[in-house]
Design a protein around this ligand. Sequence first.
Ligand code: IVH
Length: 682
Amino acid sequence: MASPEEAQKKIAELKAQINHHNYRYYVLDSPEISDAEYDVLLRELKQLEAQHPQFLTADSPTQRVGAEPLEAFGVVEHPTPLLSLGNAFSGDELSAWHTRISRLLGHASFDFVGEHKIDGLAVALTYVNGRFATGATRGDGFRGEDITQNLRTIRSLPLAVPQDAPPRFEVRGEVYLPLAGFHKLNREREEAGLPLFANPRNAAAGSVRQLDPRITTRRPLDIYIYMLGSAEGKATPSTHWETLEYLKSLGFKVNPNNRRLDDIKQVEDYYQTWVEKREKLHYEADGIVVKVNQLELQQRLGDVGREPRWAIAYKFPAVQGTTRLIDIGISVGRTGTLNPYAILEPVSVGGVTIRQAALHNEDDIRRKDIRIGDTVIIQRAGEVIPAVVGPVTSQRTGKEKEFKLLEKVFDKEKGHPACPVCGSEVFQPEGEVMYYCSNAACPAQAQQRIEHFASRGAMDIRGIGENLSATLYEKGLIKDIADIYYLKDRKEQLLELEKMGEKSVSNMLDAIEKSKNRPLARVIFALGVRHIGEETAELLARESHSLDALAEASREELMSIETIGPKIADSIIAFFRQETNRDIIKRLRESRVKLEEKPVKAEALPLAGMEFVLTGTFKTFSRKEAEERIKTLGGTIGSSVTRKTTYLVVGTDPGSKLDKARSLGTKIMNETELQNLLNQKA
Ligand code: IVH
């Protein structure tokens, strides 16, 4: 082990290196090293900090998620209120604003900064002596919630700033969920049977307001800083544009799409550019924010009510349109869900012709009172499938018909509601809003299961996308996911398929071969068990180590796993009980797809070889809990302090063990230090 002096020096070096690479990756989006190289640095730092906890500080890059869940958020008083913005919905309204402020200032010789108005959530970040100290929501503008520990999980938010930064300052910005992250999160939630977030804004707000930062850290939140709230003890620039540049130099992430604009004509051009290009953005923006550049003029203009006179939000036109809802169709999803969708009279919305739109489920249709024959409002947002917002009830003729899913799929010959694809019976599990096709071999499900199995987050078999999986299924080359691994015996038939030459066939077969060694978690996810998303699959892989063990687990065993409830447990049991699924797994095994994972050896666990002795009482956990967590990570528990003891963990009212440790020179840590150690090792 390194001497304390060496360790301290090395820790400082590693921190600086890691902070630099974090900045390159998360702020500049231009990494200099590979993820693997980065992991090596981080692991080394974690190890040193564990061995020398006295050098562990809150601004260490290992401490993004260190904190325990909160009971409730604290309150933060904003030193100066967080204002909102007035709106302009047209060029006329923008120029009216310009005329008004020019008149108030007595001249029109000022310039502007144009920024995107990102649909996220406003936050204020306070830095004290170079460190991120407090982060708060806007709240009512005067008082917000203390969400410091959640904001720390945002990798592009600097935990420390350069030494020449003002000793105390506050910056403001927008926390948002990039669209890709938003869609992924909703897919996961759908899998898990959780309610979906209506938009990225709600998802970001929901993520930031989690009491448990371990949930927040899994959400890929990001932040753009858009102003300096206040700064003490140091002169700062006199224009907004230079301030943004200055904030960049302190390491903050500032939107690269911001522009300095000479006059109101350039503001209008900037706006038009983004009206056209907004769909290419990786975040949702609902307009631009126009700000007077000179801070002195901002001061002179001041505020009216809760809105500054020196800035205005110029909103993008809504990408909405109205059209007639001709009918409601039903498609069958991968897990057998009967999904209603809107069949529309074609309509152009923001330059795209729309014929179909999403309708989530029967409850949702009823809640919005959408009827067949209605004139409905359609909305497009970003690249996602357009959605029906609601009916225009003033246009009703009285001939509109309510939608009833079971009537829609009623099969007269059979005398019961039936799956529109395979004709099997449909059912609705208790407590769920969706109806399902009862036939596990339903072609619609089978084909989508193949597609899911091969998809990026699952077995990642390049080449088998939506189109090819449909073709392979239709041509009878594969009936289920296991058949994928027998395709190599059917090369001739593959070559006969349209657009499949030697090269593409051999690439596909290579990709199939490679997929045999994917981690167990991916296999579990790829099977497409209802309610099991990527995260749950990871958890199950960690707990079970093999597909067989998972298949044999009882309901009680499954439910003893943290976060697994009856719904998921029952779904797993039902899946493995089915003969067809057992057969698929058997054939996967026969074709040598890896279905188990060695449990990590005790020696390889992060706390291996360390003995902990605990004394006194603890505030945030019981002694038993602490012992269990230490043991899971490979540490051992001693009953008394000896020369073998690595750490004595001291709570309140410690006993004689503390004296013993002192006399032996045993390392001592307190409750927080233990928490930190356990959290970073977990
Ligand atoms: S400036 C006094 N700039 O829009 C200036 N706000 O109604 C107030 N927002 O919730 C804020 N992007 O969080 C500003 N580039 C941007 C922004 C922005 C989004 C949000 C802000 C606030 C709302 C203002």
